[in-house]
Write a protein that binds this ligand. Sequence first.
Ligand code: ADP
Length: 238
Amino acid sequence: MSLATHELRKAFGGVTALDGATVDFHPGKVNALIGPNGSGKTTYFNCVTGMIKPDSGRVTYKDRDLTGKAPHRIARAGLGRTFQLCRTFPRMTALENVLAAVPHGGLRSFRTRSDIERAMSWLTRLGIEHLARSEARDMSWGQQKLLELAGVLMAEPETVLLDEPAGGVNPALLDRIGTLIRELNAEGRTFVIVEHNMDLVMSISDHIVVFDRGRPIAEGPPSVIRSDERVLGAYLGV
Ligand code: ADP
């Protein structure tokens, strides 16, 4: 078993964001989490990665209970995550940004040569090595998203949660992100992706979980999800 949740619930005041979300993501696969706006996807990611505590229910990863644990402990268990609004340090260079993600290192000033080589190799892998000495704030939105992903990969997570990797990214970069996800998955990483771009979701996912009103209403491979009446209903509001 990989990342899973059991009966996860979370309400904000009177608004139920998660209403008993029981999900079992497929290890070693590219999983997508989709659903209409307000269906609870972001709240779900936040509960799973420790950014917020669920009111009840359980989060488990490889049979370990991670419910309510702090984000750094969840990261140490092997779960990495990017954010919808992209988290980078704007006044640090791309290289410094990736180095800041070295496990246990935090913002320590001492870097080993191998840290730097590893950071450079991730920047190269993501096609932004030419920007290593540029400050993050001078990079395009898409380049900053790649930079954030390089930082996440620097911690060598087994499972990577991506919050809208395609959001605001130009079509050329979109292709590259899709290819990268498939390549990184072929090397053994599990992905869970929240994404609105259905072309991307359908082309790269092995398994899709559809949320509506805070819980899954359907799941399966793209071929099944594409024609599922409950999914069409949730999106069209019928
Ligand atoms: P999605 O990511 O699928 O768009 P969200 O998880 O952001 O869905 O939101 C689910 C529901 O919870 C929505 O009705 C949203 O308005 C509400 N919600 C999310 N976060 C908060 C918050 N911090 N305070 C109040 N309501 C929230």
